[in-house]
Design a protein around this ligand. Sequence first.
Ligand SMILES: [Fe+2]
Length: 241
Amino acid sequence: MNRKDFLKTGSLLGAALILPTTDAFSKNLADNSIDKLVDANGNYIQQTLPYNENFLEPYMDAETLHLHYTFHHGGAVKGANKDLQMIKKSLDDNNLETVDFWTKKLSYHFSSHILHSIFWTNLTNRSNLPTGNLLKRIEKSFGNFDRLKVLIAATSKNVDGNGWGILAYQPYSDSLVVLQCENHEKLTQWGAIPILVIDVWEHAYYLKYKNKRTDFVDALFHIINWDNVAQRLDDAENLIK
Ligand SMILES: [Fe+2]
């Protein structure tokens, strides 16, 4: 068993403790660890949550998780499907007057779908620590784990308005990078593959944390699943091999 297989098996064994075997997400992980965000017809689909809505208590309350997953993430999936249809219709009708509008909308909605899908799997009720290749990458790019935590926490807390703090693998520099994303689609580096995302839209925390975004970001570090981040790093590296 090579390191990747070991990591993957370890992650799947860990996931199996909390995921029912019929869960669509766990099945997807077993088939292919890349997130499955579209069906066979190319329509966007939302996977089921990999845990119950109270699983992340007390750091993320069940009501917030329910509303966030159902209406905010779910709404983005619906929006992305509509945007895609409208772009196809514009081409079918040979009427491109509004196609730029729908293209912008699709960037917004599909980016939301991607980031939220990663976000749910980045979280667990059993916090752990980075090890192995992930830890080596963190040390190479940021010095040590504490420096990464300080950087991504500050980057997330200081987003202007709504957005995300993101740890990504950047294949063009073969390094980990921390990004500050506004909305869902702005301020990226092309090619960067997100492996850890922190949602700092108000809908992610306002019911429990009110206006204290900083408390929410600090609390999230109790429920980050670094095994999932490690698996995502492995997948990202393998994508470009
Ligand atoms: Fe969100």
